[in-house]
Design a protein around this ligand. Sequence first.
Ligand SMILES: CC(C)(COP(=O)(O)OP(=O)(O)OC[C@H]1O[C@@H](n2cnc3c(N)ncnc32)[C@H](O)[C@@H]1OP(=O)(O)O)[C@@H](O)C(=O)NCCC(=O)NCCS
Length: 339
Amino acid sequence: MSITIASFDGADRTSVDEAYRIGSAVNDADLPDFPPSCRRRFDALFHTPMPGTRSLWALARLDGVPAGYLQLDLPQLDNTDNATAEVLVRPELRRRGVGRALHEYGVRLLREHGRKRVVAMAVSALPGGPPRSVAGDAFAAAIGAQPALAEVRRRLDVGEIDRVALRAALAEARPRAEGYHSVCWQGATPQEYVADIAYLDGRLLMDAPMGDVQWEPEQVDAERIRGNERALDARGRRRYHLGMRHEASGRLVAWTLLDVGASADWHAFQQITIVDPAHRGHRLGLIAKAENLHHLLTHESAVQVIDTWNAASNSYMVAINEQLGFRAVDSWTDWQLTL
Ligand SMILES: CC(C)(COP(=O)(O)OP(=O)(O)OC[C@H]1O[C@@H](n2cnc3c(N)ncnc32)[C@H](O)[C@@H]1OP(=O)(O)O)[C@@H](O)C(=O)NCCC(=O)NCCS
């Protein structure tokens, strides 16, 4: 058996197609409850990358047959010692050395680019949860990576939302949040809030538990927020934001975001939620998330499930999610390899 690996970029449409098909097959086999891999999103990774990210791609063939691919993301504005990686191999072509060959190719590229560490995620089953392949964790351990952060994916089944309990939780929370009012918007952030959103976005990696992952806070400014918006628009992601405005200062001090992809109207992701540390203890997290859920469902009546990831140790956010009805599905480990 011969394994060949070749770098490619967005101009090489054949390789982009092959990589998309590999990603799709892996998604369908390993995460059957996920939406199908979105072609529009995949193409946008090449023509409209997230600002400050340079991606390197490589396709592996086994006896000439496209078998796996590697995506390396190299941050350019911060974290310039770091990279993230995705290594995917077609389910029926695993355990033939393709993963290891892509890994070795990637390590060489990353060293050439002066990177010192790389982080990748792998899914595994939770006790009592749906079965998951052991391959990701076993592979990461085999190449010498260290588990650096334990995360859990939780899913909210919209049909199971306990609206009475949620209303009661909100009624209890609102008196704690006097002096704050919610504002919601879709898509691009209104200009009057963009500086506050940049500040809150930049805080995320400072405030969320990162375990042993060595990742520095990102330098986020209004220009980067606008660049992110262009990149998400190119992916066709429909975004529902809710901010909590502190009336005394006029600042947005909490922010949460839900979004729906271009190719599956039944599925949403709960993305970032952050409350500025100076404004914690006012139940702003719960209020923002519950109100934004309502905001999303008002506009996206087809949404049936919402997925979200939290560090297993993020007890405050996990408690809010459980209160909203999110339930644990599977476990995700951030593996870190020092190069
Ligand atoms: C993980 C993945 C990329 C491995 O690809 P692969 O081509 O099967 O990997 P290799 O054949 O090169 O395996 C390398 C080593 O990893 C370990 N390994 C891989 N899969 C394993 C499994 N299912 N059980 C136990 N060990 C496994 C073994 O040590 C293996 O060496 P060996 O076959 O000589 O024993 C593939 O299973 C995959 O695409 N999984 C889904 C995505 C993912 O989890 N990516 C990695 C995130 S870190």
